[in-house]
Design a protein around this ligand. Structure first.
Ligand code: SF4
Ligand code: SF4
Length: 165
């Protein structure tokens, strides 16, 4: 068991200050122009980037094997402030990652969508002003048949064929 503090961030917390941001800032700025706070706010909290992936003949495939620190009920990391310190292969979803390795992100990821010239989906919490809308639209990990990486080692048998990854 780990003994470092869990993040206090909840889905409700993440979007409670939406009104402090410029309305629809994601339509007015490019990804490279976003402030750190705006960048963080774009994350819909789906949790799908915290699923383990494997490369099959040059194609990144998602599995239903979750990072042991991903809360499958909220889609949030339980050690967010300490994630790079505690998990060596935890990826920083920054602009460079989005532009050079979009395939490690699900098709619904807000960063990937905007980088590809698409709009935010209607269920995105920034659009709905409701942190739960990502779950209500079945776009998050919540309710999916996940297993923890502490319980399986054979990822090939856990590849998923979900349409949104
Ligand atoms: S896939 Fe994208 S939107 Fe979803 S949790 Fe990860 S960074 Fe956020
Ligand atoms: S440690 Fe990284 S991969 Fe694991 S749940 Fe947290 S953000 Fe996701």
């Amino acid at each position: 068991m780990h003994d470092w503090p869990k993040t206090s961030t909840t889905p409700e917390d993440r979007f409670k200050n939406t009104d402090s941001f410029e309305p629809e800032f994601w339509k007015k700025k490019s990804l490279s122009e976003l402030s750190k706070e705006e960048w963080e706010q774009l994350c819909d909290g789906c949790g799908k980037c915290c699923l383990n992936k494997i490369d099959i003949r040059g194609r990144v495939r998602f599995t239903n094997v979750r990072c042991r620190f991903l809360n499958p009920e909220t889609g949030l990391c339980q050690i967010y402030e300490h994630r790079f310190e505690k998990v060596s292969d935890c990826r920083d979803i920054d602009l460079n990652t989005v532009l050079t390795e979009p395939e490690i992100l699900p098709k619904t990821c807000a960063y990937r969508l905007l980088a590809e010239g698409e709009e935010l989906p209607s269920w995105h919490p920034l659009v709905t002003k409701n942190a739960d809308s990502v779950h209500q639209a079945d776009m998050s990990v919540k309710g999916r048949p996940l297993v923890s990486e502490t319980e399986v080692s054979d990822y090939e048998n856990n590849i998923v064929d979900w349409s949104d990854v």
